[in-house]
Design a protein around this ligand. Sequence first.
Ligand code: FAD
Length: 392
Amino acid sequence: MDQDLFQSPDYFQLDELLTEEHRMVREAVRQWVKKEVSPVIDGYCQRAEFPSHLLPGLGSLGCFGPTIPAAYGGGGLDYIAYGLMMQELERGDSGIRSTASVQGSLVMQPIFAFGSEEQKQRLLPKLATGEMMGCFGLTEPDFGSNPAGMLTYFDDDGDHILLNGAKMWISNAPFADIAVVWARDPQHKIRGVIVERGMEGFTTPETKNKWSLRASATGELVLDNVRIPKSNILPGASGLKAPLSCLSAARYGIAWGAIGAAMDCYDTALRYARERVQFGRAIAGFQLTQKKLAEMITEITKAQLMNWRLGVLRNEDKATPEQISMAKRNACDTAVRIARESRQILGAMGISGEYPIMRHMMNLESVITYEGTHEVHLLITGMDITGLNAFS
Ligand code: FAD
């Protein structure tokens, strides 16, 4: 993209609901994305390469663990600031937001919530700067939507454990220094274990041939009798509730992020429609184009309001996992539809890397699937409102 001309849609003056700090945080990330991400991201996607040179910038902007207390190297910010950061990052690219979400919500958050003081002191400050990167291993080849069935396990080996199993579709795995791996202990309880790169028997082969999130590195975690000190087990995490609580934190960020991608698609389509002339007039003047654009901004506005309210509830520690599910599902569904409509407005140019829309469209196919699929989140809402479990 030659120049990033993004102008953020704010149809209901939501800016008035934000504090000065929120606006400053958002502006800092927005400007960074314009300067560092937009000019290079298409090339990285086309080459299916992870732009690792962006990691120190993400760290110094405070995008890794923004809600973690400053004493551990985090930003000590509230959840609306965190949401705005994710919105701006995904406005640039879902892969960049994924890297930040995994690091903050799925690696730093479990260490902060369930780790020992020694683990927190040793790992969190380095993870906050990006000097150390992490990944989160829950999904297995045969257990995606149903992580309760996981097979990865460890045996007791004195002051160590022996970890065996395989995880797949793991974001950041190919370059991560540590992995938070969820596995069964000898009593069959699900526990969190910190696995370090270099431990014998631990490898992270990259997953190739993706048509989505091409600028994000995805891989497997292969665990072949990995001998790990017991001090690497997260002492406070026992049962599936622990990883699910981390997923809630990450899903919250996705709700904001996916709308960032939708805002970029809408903004691009609006600008293009005003400039593109067919039949002697700007295509923005045709009713069919206006229908698309009017419906897009309506859906974006509804999702922005839902996200903001969810942020307020989360700041008050009142947001339920079910509310987060609804927001994640709504944002992804909205964004997928908006990306598709925007691409149509650009005609043939919509498939070109000169514009961000096709990249967002392909990225969002992962975003609507990971951290709970579209169907799984619907079933969560269904169970919440009816009291009946339709999962199995
Ligand atoms: P499945 O569970 O096999 O589902 C297939 C289909 O069946 C879906 O449509 C699903 O909705 C539907 N389905 C399943 N159960 C039901 C049901 N009860 N009722 C109705 N429909 C149902 N995982 C991690 O642990 N860490 C990561 O960092 C990570 N990063 C990822 C990055 C990418 C790019 C991708 C694509 C995935 C990533 N994942 C990660 C994995 C992701 O979370 C899983 O793909 C997701 O949970 C779905 O699991 P699955 O792919 O095995 O699909």
